[in-house]
Write a protein that binds this ligand. Structure first.
Ligand code: PLP
Length: 373
């Protein structure tokens, strides 16, 4: 059995003809940057999300930076986000000379806690950047209310949650990334919708922000060779757009495959007292970008045990961002975010992708049961 954390090749083989044909078409037109295919994909994603505007860009990190640039924040403005996420969320704030204000996360959902956000708002706070970690939405209804009351921008880091659905208390639903002022997505190969390289996108319902972000992603250009603001070179190329456009048609199927794998793990693992299976929030679906266990004791031993049986697993994330060397200048210390710190010692993500077989899932689950027996 050759179990992988993520199996992109077998996913590709199932739609190889379609993908190869679309790549050939781009090569024939030889419009590799910008052009029709990119716009077509943006349009299809826009319809999938039911959002007014999708602006593609080079990657998810750029998307976060472009969002912050578009909001015209000033140096030293405060932005509230989480220490338990991929580095980009924080990195772009540092690059933009904004002041990251970190608040701890919920021990069950791993997402930012709204009541802690409230407590850290002052006159310099300009925005909140919640991350929908591992494929489950943060508590957006509470966060949106806080943003509204305090006149803050909301930038959703939706890089791990394409296809996730938020459920409001009144029963209305919205796709992750369509609730804030701007949302950022990544098409990194292992994300819910992965390219064959880097790619990213911004979503917004604001025509004005969409136009500014489109310009920023293309050097701040207004009309050709006239620049209205300082921008970046951050574009989705046409070959990636063509691949993503094919895969977008299968996204709901891919999400369902992940959810079925998660249910399998749930059934097999929920009886083990030493671990916790992923908690589900009542206000969000879960698209399982990661299927992440909490293993309070012997996490590393379990990982080594699985490795010896040929089962890969990953720790997302082994060190919360406030303890990273690069971010010591922020002045945080060990103990500042006890939940994030504890999670970094307890989490273990199991293989999760669209091609997992019952045989593989059963082998992985049995190995975990065996370890605790
Ligand atoms: C992947 C990811 C990013 C960055 O995306 P890239 O395309 O790799 O730049 C940002 N935030 C989160 C939460 C991510 O998972």
């Amino acid at each position: 059995m050759n179990i992988q954390m993520v199996d992109l090749y077998n996913q590709y083989l199932k739609i190889k003809e379609e993908i190869d044909l679309e790549i050939q078409k781009v090569i024939q037109t030889s419009v590799f940057v910008k052009g029709g295919k990119v716009l077509e994909f943006e349009d299809n994603l826009k319809q999938y999300l039911e959002v007014n505007h999708v602006v593609s860009c080079g990657n998810g990190t750029d998307a976060l930076q472009i969002a912050l640039m578009a909001l015209e924040l000033n140096e030293g403005d405060e932005v509230i986000t989480t220490p338990f996420t991929f580095v980009s969320t924080l990195e772009v704030l540092a690059l933009m000379k904004l002041k990251p204000v970190l608040v701890d996360v919920d021990p069950h959902t791993f997402n930012i806690r709204p009541e802690l956000v409230s407590r850290h708002i002052d006159f310099k706070t300009k925005a909140i950047v919640p991350v929908h970690l591992f494929g489950q939405c943060a508590d957006m209804e509470s966060l949106l209310e806080i943003a509204r009351e305090n006149n803050l921008y909301m930038i959703e880091d939706a890089c791990q949650a394409l296809g996730t659905e938020y459920i409001f208390k009144n029963g209305m639903t919205a796709k992750a990334g369509t609730m804030g002022d701007i949302a950022c997505n990544s098409f990194f190969p292992t994300k819910n919708l992965g390219a064959f390289g880097d790619g990213g996108a911004l979503y917004t319902n604001s025509e004005k922000l969409a136009q500014i972000m489109r310009s920023i992603a293309n050097h701040g250009m207004s009309k050709r060779y006239y620049y209205q603001q300082i921008g970046l070179n951050s574009r989705l190329d046409a070959i990636q757009a063509a691949i993503l456009d094919v895969k977008l048609k299968y996204l709901d199927q891919y999400v369902q495959a992940r959810q079925l794998a998660a249910e399998f793990y749930d059934r097999e693992l929920s009886g083990i007292a030493e671990i916790s299976i992923p908690a589900r929030a009542e206000y969000s679906s879960h698209t399982f970008h990661q299927y992440t266990l909490k293993v309070p004791e012997k996490r590393d031993e379990l990982q080594r045990f699985l490795q010896a049986k040929g089962i890969p697993s990953m720790v997302y994330y082994p060190m919360p961002l406030h303890l990273q060397e690069a971010y010591q200048y922020l002045g945080y210390h060990k103990g500042d975010f006890p939940v994030a710190e504890e999670l970094s010692e307890q989490v273990l993500s199991l293989p999760m992708h669209t091609e997992l077989t019952d045989g593989e899932l059963s082998f992985i689950s049995s190995a975990i049961r065996e370890f605790f027996n």
